[in-house]
Structure formats: C-alpha cells, structure tokens
Ligand binder design. Structure first.
Ligand code: PHE
Length: 452
C-alpha cells in the first residue's frame, strides 16, 4: 500500500480468498451467534440473510468497484472521485482504529482458551465460573490481549501476511468441516432440538427495530464493510476478474460460516442451561461459556477443543492483520513515516485503547458510558453509529454523486451485471432510507424518547 507499487491478486480465487480471509473472523464465530441468541434466534437470522443479499451485496459491490476503479484505498479513492466527499474516506478510516483494540481483547481470550485446552484444563473450563473469573481479573486478560496484539503486529511488521494467509487458506476448510461436525454432534444431545428450532424458525413477535439495527451492524462488521477495507482490497483486484461473482462467493463464505457457528453454539445453550432461557442473553461470553461444555461432553473433547480454538485463532488473525494493515498504511501515508514506525505506533495506540475494554469486565466494571462497559461501547459506537453513517454516505455518493452507472460500468468490464436492477434500487433508495430510519429510531431509543 502507500507509495509502493500496487501488487495485484493473482486471479479470482486469490482475490476471493484474501477478501474472505478479512471477512471471516471473530465476527462470524464469536459475534454472530451471541447476537442471534440475544435478538430472538430465527428472526435475527432471517433479517440478517435478507440484509446480506440486498445491502451486503450492494455495498460490497460498490466498495470493491470504487477501489478497483481508482486503484486507491478509501481516503484517496473518495477524494479522487469527488473531493467534497473525502470526509467519508476519513470517517471510514476511524472505524478500524476503534475496532482493532477490542478485537484483539477478544483475540486474547481465544488465545487463552487455546492455551488452556493444551494445558489439559478442559474440565475446569467447562465450569460455569471459569470464563467470568478469567475476564474479571486485572492482569491475565490484559496479558493475553497484549500477546495477541503483539502477534498481529509482528506479522504486519515483518510483512509475512502472505504466509499467514496461505496457512489460513488451508485451515479454513478444516474449520468448516469441524464446525459441521460439532454442530451435528450438538444436535443429537438431549434438548438440542429446541435450540435448533429457536435458531431456525423465525418468531415474528420478537421482531423489533433493534433487531434490524443489530443485524445491520453485524453485517457491516462481518463483511468488513463501511470501513474502507474492501475499497483497499478492490484496489488490488485485476480488471479481468469477474466482480459480481466474486462478491457472491465472499458473501456465501462469510454468511455460511456465521450460520454454522450459530448452529453450533445456540443449540448447546439449550442443552447446557437446563432450560434457562436467560442464558441466551449473556452476550460476548456466549461462545466461551458454552463450547467448553460441549467439548467436555465429547470423547476426545480436548483434542477437538485445541483444534477448534487454533482454527478460530487463525481466522481471527487474518482479520486483525487486515485491520492493522489498514491503519498502518493510513498513518504511513498521512504522517509520512516509515512502515516500521507506523506499526509500532499502532501497536502502542491499540494497547492503550484496548486496556479499558479488557478491564471493563473486571475492576472497571462500574465505569459505564451510556450504560455500557468499554468493550460494548466501542463495539456500539463503531457498528451501530459510525458504520451506518459511512454506509449511508457511500450509498448517497454512489447513488447520486458518481451515479450507479460508474459502478455498473466497472462491474461490466467482464460481462453483464446480472443484479443491476437490484443494485440500482438498493443503492439509491432502499439503503439510504433504511439506514436513516434505523439510525433515527435507535438514537431516540438510546435517549429514552421512545421505547422499542
Ligand atoms: N470481518 C471481520 C470479522 O468478521 C472483522 C473485521 C472487520 C476484519 C473489519 C477486518 C476489518 O471478524
């Protein structure tokens, strides 16, 4: 990135796998299941899938096309197309800076779980108190956070992303197979079917505007949208690669893995909570609390636990690397500093910003911002506020400033754009109107003006 010559991804498969590497991560495996559990199961899944094939498809196409058209990353790309809109590029660039620190806090939890399974602590981890007492400590989670962040920084510093990507390309299919195995195993445990139907059958009485907001934020997060990352990826994409079908494949990968993660985690909540449905609302800890119980109930559960958390670790690393890369190259370009300095700076900055997110589960638990602990607040402000705003301006920008045609032409470099009508409609009307409605109602509900 930066001033160096832009290298290209070698073909379609290279592009799809690299973009999917950024997209598939903790968002799919850790975040999606707990949101689905919390927001009514089937109804959340349904809203998510509808948004994915409309919004997700349209924004992903627009971002990749903008990147490929300009050959630049977010800030430069918006500036080049219309200097009045360069603020969108800047706004988008703030998102990775907010997300990276707390992403690495969760990455640290995954690393800890991986290490604990190796240390043979599977039974201990399956107890109710394990997770809570781990994240509540002042020192240990911060150390794991620093280790995970350091790992990410080392990869970025030495420029060995390619190596990690190669390994993770081999490991991703293994993760899919293992997730299917765990999901099928869980389904045969007593009580699981109740969970499967909670997850798959939509209950329309549980629908609310917050379901849509949560699903939309999750969509952006999971597909790495509205933060400039896919623009950068697009800038590396060759002109002869079919953009539309690449987008479909990335979507399928990303949504498929999230779906499987839900199928693995939600039924196990029903199996192990003894019918206590409040366990569904426990939030970010869901995966860490339930999965060790599943593994404990299996023969060979320790091996499965080690393997599973190792695979999740790789999936998370490819995402945090792409987050850090983006920030490092923004700082390189903006402050004209070397990659090494920029990398060090981002490491220290993220360390400082991440510590509150870690301590917010323990000694700083009573410090609340708008009623949220630090991690939840950073997550909320990026996913439910800034990203929808960026997505709104992106759709206005494409729909009315550079016009949908400029994206359509870019897509049609390799043939007909099959979903042209859908793209047009979503980018001009559906996306901006929906985002505004959702944002307004969520602000009102946050301020307690209306309750939804
Ligand atoms: N999409 C990634 C995930 O689902 C998170 C991520 C966001 C990665 C933004 C890169 C950029 O985990």
């Amino acid at each position: 990135m930066g001033n160096e010559k832009r290298s290209n991804f070698t073909g379609k498969l290279g592009f799809v796998l690299a973009a999917a590497g950024s997209a598939v991560g903790l968002g799919n495996i850790w975040r999606f299941p707990y949101l689905a559990a919390q927001y009514g199961g089937g109804i959340f899944l349904l809203v998510y899938v509808i948004l994915a094939v409309t919004f997700g498809f349209t924004l992903l196409t627009a971002e990749i096309a903008i990147g490929r058209k300009t050959g630049l990353s977010a800030i430069g790309a918006f500036k080049k197309l219309s200097s009045k809109y360069s603020f969108v590029g800047y706004l988008a660039s703030i998102v990775p800076i907010i997300i990276l620190p707390y992403y690495c806090v969760i990455g640290g939890w995954v690393t800890k779980y991986f290490a604990s399974f190796i240390a043979g602590q599977g039974s201990l981890m399956a107890t109710d108190a394990f997770f809570g007492s781990f994240i509540g400590q002042p020192i240990e989670p911060v150390l794991w956070f620093a280790i995970y962040l350091g790992l990410t920084a080392l990869v970025v510093l030495f420029g060995v992303e390619k190596g990690i990507e190669k390994v993770s390309k081999v490991l991703m299919p293994v993760l899919i197979v293992l997730s299917i195995f765990i999901a099928v195993y869980t389904m045969f445990l007593p009580g699981a079917m109740e969970g499967v139907s909670y997850y798959l059958l939509p209950d329309f009485s549980k629908f609310s505007i917050t379901t849509v907001l949560a699903a939309m934020g999750q969509l952006f997060y999971s597909m790495s949208l509205a933060m400039g990352i896919m623009i950068t990826y697009g800038s590396y994409m060759k002109k002869d690669v079919n953009l539309e079908s690449s987008v479909h494949q990335i979507e399928l990968f990303d949504t498929g893995i999230a779906f499987l993660a839900g199928l693995m985690i939600i039924p196990s909540v029903f199996v192990f909570s003894g019918g206590d449905e409040s366990a569904l609302g426990q939030g970010p800890g869901l995966m860490f609390v339930t999965l060790p119980k599943v593994f404990e109930s299996m023969t060979g559960g320790t091996i499965i636990g080690i393997l599973f958390f190792l695979l999740v670790l790789f999936a998370a690393l490819t995402s945090s690397i792409s987050l850090m890369e983006t920030i490092v190259s923004i700082f390189c370009d903006k402050f004209k500093i070397s990659r090494k300095k920029s990398c060090l700076f981002v490491f220290v900055l993220s360390l400082v910003l991440g510590i509150p997110s870690s301590l917010g589960n323990g000694i700083w638990a009573n410090i609340k911002i708008m009623g949220m602990d630090f991690l939840t607040f950073f997550d909320f402000i990026s996913n439910s506020v800034i990203m929808p705003v960026v997505a709104f301006f992106t759709s206005i920008f494409v729909g009315y400033v550079i016009k949908p045609k400029s994206v359509i032409d870019e897509v049609e470099l390799t043939g007909k754009f099959k979903s042209k009508a859908l793209f047009n409609f979503v980018i001009k009307y559906f996306a901006p109107i929906c985002i505004v409605l959702i944002l307004i109602s969520s602000v009102f509900s946050a301020l307690g003006i209306i309750s939804i």
